[in-house]
Write a new protein. Structure first.
Length: 411
């Protein structure tokens, strides 16, 4: 066991080594609100005005002055106030103003009485409840004060943030430029998706998968293409990618084999921080520095490539764009619903399905075959079952940790 795991570093150590070297990009651009979805705020965003911008009614009812309210005494209706059409007439003593939700509060109004707390009486109303000053009135700035900070720098803009900005009349804002990520695959056995396969060939699904995930993370993808197992071609691909990108991602060519030239070329063109991880799947993952960019070398097996992208590349991209939110969801402890096979030696990311058990507690079961070539395990799963490095086979009923998929894998 020692010989197989010798030289492997833990996932935590790998993540620490990577993130400690990174400095977020600082270049920003100004975009319209419509173009801002998925982008990262480059600076704090402050409110240009107060919300609400005027005192308004929180209820359909009647605007009143406290001095006009006498037990059992009806109040005449002096007029009406609607959202967008405020009351502007004379407000005589001993009367109320009919008011709708969102309408501006008439001058002199001290409270709004809910419609349900009144009765009609001879063209006016009688109030059947105790009235207190300020009730059912939304005050100016009650939600947001003018010039208040509403978003930090480093926030990914989505359906929660953009409507807020729209409600404040913010039509454009500064966001970080998109991270430029160059990708390519290596291997003579690979064929582009959609092309017929010759004997011994397989489809280049990794580059397709990585491109999808990068697009989902808001990156600008530079597709260098498919590179054959040739040192000169591979060197040209690295040099071209390094000229154009902030991050270079290759898939394949980082395991131990006669046709794996990546390590030697990287040592010529840059520096390698680490090469092998004590995780399964995904042991042959490389990270290093090129002249102008960071490099991540993903394994050739499809599941291994997806796992290492999710666990290592995703946090790297988040750090480079200065994002405040954690890239990976917190783990949870749940019961194993069945026996889960594992050998000690590496941290194991098995694909699982978690759901409530009959008693309402969460339990998890495997998606089945966990081979690094079986990508259907992702299509069926909604979490990783994270099994500790020295842990062996798990029996049904034992506690395990799961990591629910975030939006990158969870839809």
């Amino acid at each position: 066991m020692e010989s197989f795991t010798a030289g492997l570093i833990s996932l935590e150590e790998a993540q620490g080594k990577m993130l400690a070297q990174l400095t977020p990009i600082a270049d920003s651009v100004t975009v319209s609100l419509q173009e801002a979805v998925g982008r990262i705020t480059a600076e704090p965003v402050c409110s240009p005005g107060a919300v609400p911008s005027f005192d308004n009614s929180a209820m359909d009812g009647y605007a009143v002055r406290l001095a006009d309210i006498q037990p059992g005494q009806p109040l005449a209706i002096a007029g009406k106030a609607f959202a967008g059409a405020p009351f502007s007439g004379t407000w005589p003593a001993g009367s109320a103003v009919r008011i709708m939700t969102g309408a501006p509060i008439p001058e002199g109004c001290e409270a709004v009485v809910m419609q349900e707390e009144t009765e009609s009486h001879a063209g006016g109303i009688v109030i059947n409840a105790t009235v207190t000053a300020g009730q059912n009135i939304r005050r100016i700035g009650e939600d947001i004060q003018a010039d208040a900070q509403i978003l930090d720098a480093g926030v990914r803009l989505g359906a929660a943030e953009l409507p807020l900005l729209a409600s404040l009349g913010i039509a454009q804002l500064k966001v970080l430029r998109k991270l430029r990520v160059a990708i390519f695959s290596t291997g003579d056995e690979l064929q582009p998706v959609g092309q017929p396969l010759a004997a011994g060939q397989i489809y280049d699904t990794n580059r397709f998968t990585v491109s999808l995930m990068l697009n989902k993370l808001g990156c600008e993808v530079i597709d260098i293409g498919l590179v054959r197992d040739d040192p000169a071609a591979l060197r040209r691909a690295f040099e071209e990618a390094d000229r154009q990108a902030d991050v270079v991602i290759s898939t394949g060519g980082v395991s131990v084999g006669e046709a794996d030239y990546t390590k030697a070329i990287l040592e010529e063109l840059g520096a390698i921080t680490f090469w092998k991880l004590a995780i399964k799947p995904g042991k042959p993952f490389a990270f290093g520095r090129l002249k102008n960019s960071w490099f991540c070398g993903l394994p050739g097996n499809p599941v291994s490539a997806a796992v290492t992208f999710y666990q290592l590349v995703q946090p790297l991209l988040a750090k480079l764009t200065g994002q405040r939110a954690a890239a990976l969801p917190p783990r949870q402890r749940v019961r194993a619903a069945e026996r889960i096979k594992k050998s000690p030696g590496r941290l194991d990311f098995q694909r699982g399905i978690y759901a409530p058990a009959a008693d309402g507690t969460l339990e998890v079961r495997s998606t089945g075959n966990q081979g690094s070539h079986v990508f259907s395990s992702f299509a069926l799963a909604n979490c990783f079952i994270v099994l500790e490095r020295e842990r062996g086979t798990v029996e049904a009923g034992e506690w395990v940790e799961i990591e629910p998929f975030n939006e990158l894998l969870g839809g």
